[in-house]
Design a protein around this ligand. Structure first.
Ligand SMILES: *[C@@H]1O[C@H](CO)[C@@H](O)[C@H](O)[C@H]1NC(C)=O
Ligand SMILES: *[C@@H]1O[C@H](CO)[C@@H](O)[C@H](O)[C@H]1NC(C)=O
Ligand SMILES: *[C@@H]1O[C@H](CO)[C@@H](O)[C@H](O)[C@H]1NC(C)=O
Ligand SMILES: *[C@@H]1O[C@H](CO)[C@@H](O)[C@H](O)[C@H]1NC(C)=O
Length: 828
């Protein structure tokens, strides 16, 4: 409590105060243009006559209060010995580099250099947002595939199309059919809406990458300077260049400007690398307003929270759009579930992050649960030719050569068994006989979720391979160039390097933040040690010293006791290492970014076409069935129904690995499982787990962050962690709000017999307790209010949490304890 009392005494009564000595503001003795600050006690009485200055402990406390967080207070004088201004200045403005130097230029440089990181963080956040945006656009693209392939199947089996094709002559039917197919996939072609969207997000991504690259180029060197030059103890000064607090007069009723003055003074020092560049404990009353404004324009930037803020509106829009269709909802849900599974800690309610991932819970029907595994697989190219039940003829799966690649057509169990119309429909299918829709479903299984299925032919008409190849390989609709696709995949995975380097960078920032807090805790600890040392030794040291050596001896003591904070000390080494790591990871990110931007350019300009999808055995075409006659597909007279798939490599952007097979092909469950369940799915394409830059960063930085925080607690400075959370919660209520001290979800109400009272607001009944929903905190009345409202009202305590935080904390916890005790008596 002494700290609170002191700050109040120091700052509030600074202007009034009983005037005994009439000392007025003075300046330093070395003509540095610095001010000496007087306090209420300076003029009131001698140090030993005042309750608040009559012990070393209290003097150090008032010195700490003056210096504020992140600074090490240097008390010059004890109740039994005071010093002249000139003596005090040999400590506070020493010429030699022994204790703390006064170097305003360096302090300013360091402040500027530390800001270098801020801009980098802001740009990094934009890149994270752009990556999130792209992931959502990919989901949108996949939803488009699902929706459009259904539409296409419906169009193909519509009466209108049937009639159109019936009316066409033999020579008209192929162009007719092609135009219908082309119209069906046009949303994925050139300027189609799905491709446009994916391409637009990629361009935003490219821009964000360029911006970050540019900022890293200009700002990383400043970070280097920050590490290299800002690790010395410097004298801290306040906003109006105050460097010394003239606490009180030890003896002799003269002011500091008198050569014979014997005062007790206090100055402050800091290591700028720790993020403190001066004394913030200003004297004004509008301090709360100032620091709040400060937070918005200058406070710390959390890359991931900032990215959420940037992407927020777009994310809402995209989620709503996805949820407009069943396919979109299912894909979104599957994506979110996979994210949660991959990063359970990051996306947990206790990390405030689960709100982002709340889409309605929907059972996703996975392929494994889909009916239709009873078909016998015939993985072809090497299968021996066998007898056609149809008419004793044999076909072998044909091939097609394009460039230097040999593409294979595939047969499945039914290709040589039955006419299209006689294929047993899938179990669970509505109709008894095979339909056009049924054929489209077979094609969809062949293509998988990442490619657009093109069913060529129908129950009523079929085509030969030449015609199919015209659609599947020729390049008007689908382009067959597997080496090109491979190159695109190479570019797409290059983005994964950027993501992992970005994650490593963000992780290093998380660690730096924790190390800064630890540094501050160490500074506080050093101050406490200093206090103890001064209490224990200063009196003796000063007593023993010759009169003209007293200040030298005191200075020696201070030097000894601050040694742990200096460049050789562990506190400095820890923060230096953290900043160096940020620098290292930033440089690695920059290198990768420069390399990958070119890849991204190529992706956007060259890889944005639909390519022919290829299965694991290079199968590009599924010969579904013969429509009429027993001619094979590869002869003039063959009339078969086939299926090939349109694949966009843009879908692979951001994946860590891309399977060479771009479609499920003949390895799809539908073809590879038989009735006995003896499946052959080894070659199946596996969906890659989603990657989250922030989830990854959180995961990898967590051990170090926790270690640093544990050390902070060990030093008894947990309140510094809370202060940081408060600042972050104010700035990012959605991301840090649930960490705001006092934000409890438990309303105190119960719901075992009755439902929660409706006045409680958004609550869930969990184990008989009324618990506020994610994003809400219980106010003192047990009503759930939004986190931001809770924060705006400082947790409804009515005390400002801004500068001197400790007292309000104590008050707050006493208050919340009371609430906890009283609440159950009347709440429901
Ligand atoms: C997301 O992508 C769209 C284009 O699809 C773009 O207009 C928007 O600016 C992007 N938003 C962010 C935050 O990157
Ligand atoms: C703080 O800011 C608010 C408006 O933002 C203003 O009404 C109030 O007077 C300010 N308080 C002080 C002490 O300046
Ligand atoms: C396939 O793409 C490569 C570029 O990766 C190009 O050199 C080649 O000519 C293309 N082949 C065909 C058949 O289009
Ligand atoms: C395939 O059919 C088309 C039109 O029906 C015909 O022009 C072409 O010659 C046939 N080609 C082959 C190799 O079967």
């Amino acid at each position: 409590m002494s700290k609170m009392r002191w700050s109040l005494l120091l700052f509030l009564s600074a202007r009034s105060g009983a005037q005994r000595f009439g000392c007025t503001q003075t300046v330093d003795t070395k003509s540095r243009g610095l001010k000496v600050l007087q306090t209420s006690t300076t003029n009131e009485d001698f140090c030993s006559n005042m309750e608040t200055t009559d012990s070393v402990g209290e003097l150090v406390d008032s010195c700490s209060a003056f210096c504020g967080n992140g600074n090490i207070p240097l008390l010059v004088g004890i109740p039994s010995y005071g010093f002249s201004h000139a003596d005090i200045d040999t400590v506070c403005l020493a010429d030699e580099d022994s204790l703390a130097q006064y170097n305003p230029t360096k302090m300013n440089d360091c402040r500027t250099w530390s800001q270098a990181l801020r801009l980098i963080n802001t740009r990094a956040a934009a890149l994270v947002a752009a990556l999130d945006n792209m992931t959502m656009a990919q989901l949108n693209f996949k939803t488009g595939i699902a929706t459009k392939s259904k539409e296409l199947a419906a169009t193909m089996s519509s009466e209108e199309v049937k009639n159109r094709l019936l009316g066409a002559t033999q020579s008209q039917v192929i162009p007719e059919y092609r135009s219908i197919l082309e119209a069906g996939v046009e949303d994925f072609l050139s300027n189609g809406k799905f491709r446009r969207d994916l391409q637009d997000t990629m361009e935003v991504l490219r821009g964000a990458g360029r911006n970050l690259d540019a900022v890293l180029t200009t700002n990383l060197p400043q970070l280097t300077k920050f590490v290299e030059q800002c690790g010395d103890l410097l004298v801290s000064t306040g906003p109006s260049k105050e460097y010394l607090l003239d606490i009180c007069i030890q003896r002799g009723a003269v002011c500091l400007d008198n050569a014979e003055a014997q005062h007790i003074g206090c100055c402050c020092s800091t290591i700028p690398l720790g993020g403190t560049f001066g004394i913030t404990g200003e004297t004004g009353g509008d301090q709360a307003n100032n620091s709040r404004r400060l937070q918005m324009t200058e406070g710390p930037v959390d890359v991931c929270a900032e990215a959420d803020v940037l992407f927020g509106p777009e994310q809402t829009r995209r989620q709503t759009e996805l949820q407009a269709t069943d396919d979109g909802t299912a894909l979104l849900e599957a994506h979110l579930t996979a994210l949660k599974a991959a990063y359970p800690d990051y996306f947990s309610a206790s990390n405030c992050r689960s709100r982002r991932l709340s889409a309605e819970e929907i059972e996703v029907q996975t392929e494994a649960t889909q009916p239709g595994n009873r078909l016998k697989a015939e993985v072809l190219p090497h299968a021996a030719p066998r007898n056609l039940k149809l008419d004793g003829l044999t076909c072998s799966p044909p091939t097609a050569t394009q460039g230097d690649t040999s593409y294979k057509a595939a047969f499945w169990a039914q290709t040589e068994e039955n006419y299209c119309i006689d294929i047993p429909p899938d179990t669970g299918s509505a109709s008894e006989a095979m339909t056009d829709q049924g054929l489209a479903d077979i094609c969809k299984s062949f293509c998988g979720d990442d490619a657009v299925p093109l069913t060529i032919g129908a129950i009523n008409f079929g085509f030969n391979q030449t015609t199919m190849d015209d659609i599947c390989l020729a390049g008007d609709i689908l382009e067959a160039n597997s080496s090109f696709v491979e190159m695109c995949h190479g570019h797409a995975t290059a983005m994964q390097n950027v993501q992992s380097k970005l994650a490593a960078f963000v992780a290093s920032l998380n660690v730096l933040e924790a190390e800064k807090t630890l540094y501050e805790a160490n500074a506080k600890k050093a101050a406490a040690d200093l206090k103890a040392a001064i209490e224990a030794r200063a009196t003796d040291v000063l007593q023993d010293a010759l009169v003209n050596e007293k200040i030298v001896k005191l200075k020696e003591l201070l030097i000894q006791e601050t040694a742990s904070m200096k460049t050789s000390g562990t506190a400095y080494l820890a923060i230096k290492q953290a900043v160096q790591d940020v620098e290292l990871k930033g440089n690695a990110l920059k290198t990768t970014l420069s390399e990958s931007l070119g890849a991204l350019d190529t992706l956007v300009t060259d890889c944005n076409k639909l390519f022919t999808g290829l299965g694991a055995s290079n199968e590009y075409l599924l010969d579904i069935c013969t429509q009429t006659s027993n001619a094979c597909v590869d002869v003039d007279m063959g009339r078969h129904v086939g299926c090939c798939c349109g694949y966009s490599p843009l879908i692979a952007l951001g994946s860590a690995t891309v399977p060479t097979a771009t479609i499920d092909g003949i390895s799809a469950t539908r073809f590879s499982s038989d009735a006995t369940g003896a499946t052959r799915t080894a070659a199946r394409r596996l969906a890659t787990a989603p990657y989250s830059v922030c989830g990854e960063a959180y995961k990898s930085s967590k051990p170090k962050v926790e270690e640093a925080h544990a050390k902070v607690r060990l030093l008894g400075q947990e309140e510094l962690i809370n202060q940081h959370l408060i600042i972050m919660a104010r700035r990012y209520p959605d991301q840090f709000g649930c960490h705001f001290p006092g934000c409890m979800a438990d309303t105190g109400g119960t719901c075992s017999l009755f439902e929660c009272d409706s006045t409680r607001g958004p609550v869930d009944c969990v184990n008989g307790k009324c618990i506020c929903k994610q994003g809400y905190c219980a106010n003192p009345n047990g009503v759930c209010v939004s986190v931001s409202e809770f924060i705006q009202n400082d947790g409804f305590v009515g005390v400002s949490f801004s500068q001197p935080l400790a007292p309000s904390f104590q008050l707050y916890f006493v208050y919340s304890l009371l609430m906890l005790l009283v609440a159950p008596m009347w709440r429901r």
